[in-house]
Structures are given as C-alpha cells and as structure tokens.
Design a protein around this ligand. Structure first.
Ligand code: BGC
Length: 943
C-alpha cells in the first residue's frame, strides 16, 4: 500500500537543459572541448559557494561532483547555481552527457556538445565580449591605456578549447612549464580581420584547462581602442574580444630594430664616414652609411640655416635667419623652414644641421650672427622651433645648435665659457629648451667650446643632466665637426654620434668590450639615432631626389625679407618713395647694380642661378668665399620707378657717388658688412673685410648724405651696427643679408608696395664700449683653453643695457612702419584667487594711419625685486595686421607652463624654475624701450 505520509524527500541536483557552456565565450549551446574549462548551470543545492584550493583540482566541492559517465570532472568552483570545471581530457568511450551528484543523489544527464576544438577567448567582463584577457609581454592588459603597437607588440591571448596538446598533463593537473604543452593543431588569429603571426600556442603554464596563444600584432592591423581579436582552430571560431592597437612609437620601432643588430652595425651608426674610402654620393657636410640588410637608410647631413648649404646644389638663398626672427611671426618662420626642409629633401638630404640658436646678443660681433635668431631666448627659441617643425614635416631630421654658449667665433675651439648656472639656464639654455620642447627636434649639435672647463661635447652637465635629463630630449647628440675630444668621457657624458669622422668613436667598440663604456650606453646611442629616424619618417618616407620648386621657394624668400626688413629711420616721411614723382635716383655701393650680399661659412648657400659675383677669401676666416646673390636692387628700383633716371655708382671712391647724389633727386646708399663662420667682426662699424684697401663705407654714406639731404641707407649685414652718419641721412632700412629676392623685396619696401613690419631681434648699442665685453676675449694660441667670462649671466641684449642704464642706438623690438598704431583699453586680466598665475593682456590696437600695416605688440614683465631678475623680460607678443582705420581687440596670453617659463626664475637651490611671490608689473608696447611701453597693469602673485 502506498504510504500517504512519507517523509519530505531531498531533491536531486539538476542541470539546466543546454546549461553547459564554454567558460570563455559563455555562449549557450556552443561546443566545449576536452581539456577546456566549462561552466555548468543548474540547481546544485549547495548552501555556500566553494572553491578549489589547489592543483590538482578536486573532483568534489561541497560534496558535489560532476561526471561524464564514469569520469569525474575536476572542479574549480561550485555554487548553488553554477559549477566551473575542466572537461576531462580523456572522454573516449564515455557518453557525451554530464550528471551532477550530491549526497548520493544524481541528476538527470544533460547532453554536452563536445567537439575536438571549441575556442573561446576569456574576456574581462566574463561574458566573452568587450576587452579580452589579453596581455602584452610585460603581462600588462592591452587596453586603451596600454595599447598594442602594430607590428611590434606580441600579445598573450588567454583562451580555452584548443584541443589536444603535446606533453599533455593529467586531467585536473597543472599544465607543465617544461617542456611546455603545445597544441597539436595550430590555431590562427586575426586582429582586426588581419591574420597575425602565431608565435606560440599551448597550455598556459601552471594553469588547468587554460591555453595561451602568443601572436604578433600585424603591422597593418587597424588601429583604435576596440580592435577585434578572433581565434580559429580546425573549423571552429572563437568569440571576438577587443584590444587597443596603435601605430608603434618611434621608440618601440627603434628598440625592435636594435634587437636585430650586430655590434658592428651598431658602431657604424655612431660616427660619420667622411674621410673613409667610400664617400657620400650626395655631397653635404656629413654622411653615415646605412645598413641596407636592415632597411636602415644612409644619413645625409647638410647645413641649412639660411637655405641648403655645403654646395649640395643650387638652392634658394633665403634672407638671413635673423631676418626670419625679425618678422616676429612664427607662421612666417614656418614657411621659411619649409623651404629649407623641402629643398634638403629634394637633394636627398635627410639631416639638417641648421637651427643655430646661439644667443649672440652677448657678442653682436659674432660672425655667425646672421644664422641666429637674435638675443632674446623666447623669440629665438620660438622662431627656431617653427623652422625645425617645418623642416621635420618634410621628413628631414631637424637640428639645433651649437649646444651651448658658442657665442663668439674667436678661438671657438678653445674658448672656455664661464657662467653661473642661473645665468645660463635663463639665457642661452632657455633658447635651446624652448627650441627643443616646442619642436620635437631630433638632433642637437654640441659645440666646439668649453663650458665651465669642460668641452661641450663631453659635458655631462649640459648633455646628460640638462638636455636628456631635465628636458627629456629623446633624440641624439652629434658633435660639431671635430668637436669631439674623447671616446669614453664623451660617450659617458651623452655624446651619441661623432662627426664628421671616427677619430674618437672609432675606438668605441674597444671601450665597450673593455667595460669602460657599458653596452647599454652604446645601445642607447643607437636607439636615439634610430628613433630620430623613425620619428621624422626616414624609414617610411625615403627621400626621392626631385627638382626644387624654384619659383615657389623664391616667392617665400622674398616674402621672408619683406616681413623681416626693419625700417630704422624715416625722417620727414622720406619713405615710401613716390614712384610717379621720382625723377632721378642715385644708387650707390655694395654691387647693388647686380647683387645682394650673403653670409659665409657652412651656412653659405649656392644660390639658384649661381652667384652674381664672388670675391676672395677674406682672412679671417681665410677659407670662406664671399658670395653675392643674384638679385639686383638697381633693376628692381628701375622697375618700380620707370620714369626716373636711376644711375649706379660702385662707391669705391666717395667723391664720385657724392657728385652723382648731388645731381640726383635722392640717393640710396647700400652699405654691406660681410661676416662668416670662423671670424668675428673687429667692430660694430661698417668695416670692409672683403677689399684691399677696404672701402670706408661710413665715409661713403657721410659724403653722399652731405651731397643730398634725401639720402636713404639700405644695410646688408648680419646684426647690430653703429651708424656714425645716422643723423645726416633721412632713412635707414635694415635689410640683413636679404636673400636672392632681396633686391625685389627692398624695392617693394622703398616704394611702399610693402609696408615694413620687421622689428629688431637684437639691440643696436650706441657704442662698442657699451657691450658686456668691449674687447673680444682672444686665445693665447690654438690649443690652450682660455676663459671667456660671461659674468653678465642672463643679462643678454636689452637686459644688459637695461641693467646698466645704457640707452641703445635702436632698442630690441624696434621697427617703424608707414602707418601708425595706437593701443587703447589696455588691461591685465588674471584670477589671483585661483592660484593660477597665468594672465592675459587685453587691448585694442588701431591702425591710425593711412596705409595697411602690421604692428608687433610686445608684452614685457618686471619681476619683484626679490628675484634679482633683469629689469624686464619679454613674455609674449602678437603681430597684428590692420587696414587703415581698422581696430582689433587683442589678447596676449601668458601661460606660466609654457616652455619659456615666462613667470619663473631659475632657483639654484632647488634646481628648478620657481614662481616668486610678489608684485609683477606688466608692460605693453612696440619695443623694449621704456619710452615705447605703457604699464598694462600689475599682478600680485602669492601673498
Ligand atoms: C659648423 C657647424 C656646421 C658644420 C658642418 C661646422 O664648422 O660649426 O655649424 O654644421 O661645420 O658644416
């Protein structure tokens, strides 16, 4: 008889229908493979979850077991609703069904969809979607914050279901690490649908049921934060998970290439091959042969401060770099740099040796002044950065030089510059710091001279501490030509490449072999050179030799001169000349009938069309030829004034031009001052280094001015000049070395087709006696280091004259226009309570004259006296073009975090830029002279 009262019966555990899933992909009903991890869902009647505590895995957790026929499965985890298990390796002969047993009761069997392969990739959300459990070889998750590098990164894919392996462990036992268990069938992997090379596929050592597949992210994989990774094996395909992929960084590419290089190949890259048996087929100043087997291109090095130098080929002779600085316009400077970059590239040159940012305001007689960007570190740094950015955009490694304090040519290889830390940080080094940081420049040339008793190219403090340490410069340091003085000391101090030969780094291999230079240092040198090549695209965009764009580049040359020429004097509105009214014009001097002058030395450009004229080899420097660029001011002036009689006198004897001037309506005297690398000027007067006997150009101007009150002087020179005749002439135009479209540009300015807007990037002192060193320090002989005392520290240029109370002939920032401007509604805006010291100067700028023109609004800052800073520092500017009568509301932003440290001083105690509390005065105007500045406001920083 059936009992009606039977006791309550313990239910048996149950497994959901279709409740066995691949643990990685979590796809219901999807197959699972022997050896893999699976999850089983059901009602397992456990009161508390239970975990396996070790390997080998238990076959029972909390009394629950799961079995495939007679084979019990190893368990990782069990709860009332879920069990994670390893599908036993050995299922042959067992039913494809699983049962759960608890307390002697067994569930109904549930069919398992078994397959030899059931790939699933583990994901971070446990659902088999989104970011995958995929690591890089440093075992970091590959996500948006740690993307894989296409072509570089090997990813470790953690997955399951890849079937039988060699060296197969017991069911439930740990995967062996030696020898590794490798899958019998190799899976394939796609990353963003692109097949990836599989480097390893096997069990993840130490795990149970988990596989690891190592795959190289293909170089052509798509990039992004969610690139799908899919694995297939046999005919089975996994779920899709995501990784982040980015193009490889230059550092990653360099590191990868480095691993393939032999020691000899590494050594080959750290010095120039000039003077060896083979030679560069492309000319230039230097050459480093590449390594074709590894795809490493040759490095072809050429100067390019004012156009492509070294006689590489006829190139556009731009106006001087200092003229580019005189534009005070970084977008103009970018165009200037783009000509250099494009023409270097067209000649197959891929390393530029330009970027001369030496602050020659310390020594305006410096023969290389024309290559530089003037005396102010901020203006010079920003203009140089614009040049370099433009050059590197053409896939040419940009350079910045000469690091550091190479501010005179006299005794340049033995000059021992003495300067205090703060002085150099806030002057010459600041120009480099801005140039380096704002341009991502990839090479720095260390200089010939010594700094505080140590040669610059083995100067640990300059190279390792400051450049590579404080500024985090990632590129390479090359020596100036022959500026290396040691092997071990230079290598350890941070020199990465000797130029132009291997006089010292030829011994580097031995120095590494003997342990004097660590292998890691050699690897770092090579890494830096390769990363520079990658960063500027030398591998990806190899130079193809093409014709240069003569027309386009000459147009930029002319524009650069028109923007950079500075009108210094214009008494009685002498300029612009009235073409219609001009009847007779005397043109005098400086070969103005055929040419304009250019500067000499390594920056010398061979102009397209060839020089108009060449003259001797003045001594010093005794090796540089004088080249006159083919642009005739006479012809350009004639074209402007077709109704005037325009006559030329060479000016070699003051009497004849004076007579011509007397007989003419007006006279335009061209004075010129040739300078070159390898020499300094004997004075700030217009001396004549070219001719013997020299032409006394000061006397020439005086004679012409005495004969005609309408005398205009056009100066073709490098930098600051004194002008004893200034009071007797009516107008003066500083044309610098004006480049091969200089004649046209000068004529355009003289006749008002262009309104001058250049501003001096260098102070013109009243006398050579006002310089920090009226007499240039000279060496005792050619080998003994001699001191050059820079005790003026950061007081360079206008800061020096301000600090000494000296009134210059023309102040820094000065330049006239054919129109007039007014500043109104001037205010300083800041937010002192925010703790952020940034400020803006706001004002209305109005063109109050009758012609369109541009003004350069300049902001200077006076620091609290407690800081000991110079009386004022340029901290910002803006060039604004306005139609006559037009006005514009202008804001100049001064950001304390800018690379120029506009609100900071260098604190020697903390070795850092600091902002001092106190009251700051903000000035606004159109030159550094106090007379041209208004107080825009004051700032209180801190308490
Ligand atoms: C100059 C460098 C120049 C190098 C290669 C040296 O004499 O000082 O500025 O880049 O030659 O021409």
């Amino acid at each position: 008889m059936a009992s009606l009262t039977g006791a309550w019966a313990q239910p048996a555990p149950s497994i959901n229908s279709g409740g066995i899933v691949n643990a990685a992909s979590s796809a219901p009903g999807a197959p699972v493979a022997p050896g893999s991890i699976a999850s089983v869902y059901g009602n397992f009647l456990l009161s508390a979850p239970s975990w396996a505590l070790g390997i080998p895995l238990p076959t029972s957790l909390g009394g629950l077991s799961l079995a495939f026929g007679a084979v019990e499965a190893p368990l990782l985890y069990a709860s009332s609703g879920q069990v994670n298990l390893q599908i036993p390796w050995e299922l042959a002969g067992q039913p494809p069904a699983v049962t759960a047993t608890l307390a002697g009761q067994t569930s109904a069997p549930q069919t398992v969809n078994l397959a030899p392969f059931a790939p699933g990739i583990f994901s971070m959300n446990g659902q088999g979607t989104g970011p995958g459990a995929i690591l890089d070889s440093s075992y970091h998750l590959v996500t948006a914050t740690n993307p894989a590098a296409a072509g570089i990164t090997v990813i470790l894919i953690y997955c399951t279901g890849l079937g039988a392996v060699t060296n197969q462990p017991e069911t439930g036992a740990a995967a062996p690490s030696n020898p590794l268990a490798v899958t019998i069938t190799k899976p394939s992997v796609t990353i963003g649908s692109v097949p990836a090379q599989v480097l390893f596929s096997g069990l993840a050592p130490g795990s149970v049921g988990e596989y690891q597949v190592n795959a190289l992210v293909p170089s052509n994989a798509p990039t992004g934060d969610a690139v799908q990774v899919i694995l297939s094996i046999g005919s089975a395909t996994s779920n899709a998970v995501e990784i982040a992929v980015q193009p490889p960084t230059p550092d990653q590419r360099a590191d990868q290439l480095l691993t393939q290089m032999t020691q000899d190949q590494k050594i080959q890259l750290v010095y120039g091959a000039v003077g060896t048996a083979t030679a560069s087929t492309r000319g230039g100043a230097g050459w480093v042969p590449g390594i074709p087997q590894l795809g490493i291109p040759d490095l072809y090095l050429a100067d390019g401060s004012v156009g492509v130098g070294n006689g590489v080929g006829p190139a556009t002779a731009l106006p001087s770099s200092i003229a580019s600085a005189a534009s005070w316009d970084v977008s103009e400077a970018y165009k200037y740099g783009s000509v250099i970059g494009a023409e270097l590239r067209a000649y197959g040159m891929n390393v530029n040796l330009g970027g001369n940012v030496n602050l020659i305001g310390r020594e305006p007689r410096d023969g290389r002044t024309f290559e530089t960007k003037g005396e102010d570190p901020i203006l010079a740094g920003k203009i140089t950065a614009a040049h370099i950015n433009a050059i590197q955009a053409q896939h040419v490694i940009g350079g910045i030089k000469h690091f550091a304090l190479n501010d005179q040519e006299t005794g340049r290889t033995t000059a021992d510059v003495r300067i205090d830390e703060r002085g150099m940080r806030e002057s010459d080094l600041l120009a480099f710091e801005i140039g380096v940081k704002d341009s991502n420049v990839q090479s720095v040339m260390c200089s010939y001279n010594l700094v505080n008793d140590v040669y610059a190219c083995e100067n640990q403090h300059l190279l390792n501490d400051i450049l590579k340490g404080d500024w985090q410069f990632p590129g390479f340091v090359m020596s100036d030509w022959g500026a290396t003085h040691s092997t071990v000391a230079a290598a350890l101090a941070g020199l990465d490449q000797e130029q132009p030969d291997n006089a010292f780094f030829g011994s580097l291999a031995q120095a590494v072999a003997s342990g004097q230079v660590p292998q890691s240092r050699l690897d770092d040198m090579v890494h830096r050179i390769l990363r520079a090549m990658y960063a500027t695209g030398l591998f990806d965009y190899p130079a193809a030799i093409t014709p240069i764009d003569t027309t386009g580049d000459q147009a930029i040359a002319q524009d650069a001169e028109e923007q950079g020429a500075v009108l210094l004097k214009n008494a009685g509105g002498q300029l612009p000349l009235n073409a219609a009214a001009a009847k007779s014009i005397a043109i005098v001097g400086s070969h103005a009938d055929v040419a304009v002058l250019s500067g000499g030395g390594s920056a010398q450009v061979t102009p397209t069309g060839g020089p108009a004229l060449t003259e001797g080899y003045p001594c010093p420097p005794c090796w540089a030829q004088v080249i006159w660029d083919p642009s005739s001011p006479l012809q350009a002036i004639r074209a402007m004034a077709p109704n005037a009689t325009v006559q030329f006198d060479p000016g070699t004897n003051p009497a004849t031009p004076a007579a011509l001037a007397a007989a003419s309506q007006m006279a335009i005297v061209f004075v010129s001052q040739w300078t070159s690398e390898g020499m300094d000027l004997p004075s700030l007067n217009f001396t004549d280094a070219i001719h013997s006997p020299p032409i006394d150009q000061d006397a020439l101007v005086a004679a012409v001015a005495a004969a005609n009150p309408h005398t205009i002087v056009v100066m073709e020179n490098a930098g600051a000049q004194v002008m004893p005749w200034l009071g007797s002439v009516s107008a003066v135009l500083e044309a610098w070395f004006p480049g091969q479209r200089g004649g046209e540009a000068i004529a355009n300015i003289l006749f008002g087709a262009v309104n001058p807007s250049g501003k001096l990037p260098i102070t013109f002192p009243a006398s050579v006696n006002d310089l920090p060193r009226p007499v240039i320090a000279t060496p005792p002989d050619s080998t003994t280091p001699f001191p050059v005392d820079y005790s003026e520290g950061f007081n360079v240029g206008y800061k020096w004259y301000d600090s000494q109370g000296l009134t210059p002939l023309f102040p820094f920032g000065f330049g006239l226009s054919y129109t007039t401007f007014s500043f109104s509604n001037v205010a300083v805006v800041n937010n002192p309570t925010s703790g952020n010291p940034n400020f803006q100067v706001t004002f209305k700028l109005t063109n109050t004259g009758y012609v369109a023109g541009a003004e350069v609004a300049q902001v200077y800052l006076a620091f609290p006296a407690s800081t000991g800073e110079p009386p004022k520092r340029l901290v910002g500017w803006q060039k604004v073009f306005l139609q006559p009568g037009a006005a514009e509301q202008v804001t100049i932003e001064v950001d304390a975090n800018d690379s120029s440290h506009p609100l900071s001083y260098w604190d020697v105690n903390s070795n850092a830029w600091l902002i001092a509390p106190g009251v700051y005065t903000v000035y606004l105007g159109n030159s550094s002279s106090s007379a041209s500045l208004v107080t825009a406001g004051t700032l209180q920083i801190g308490s």
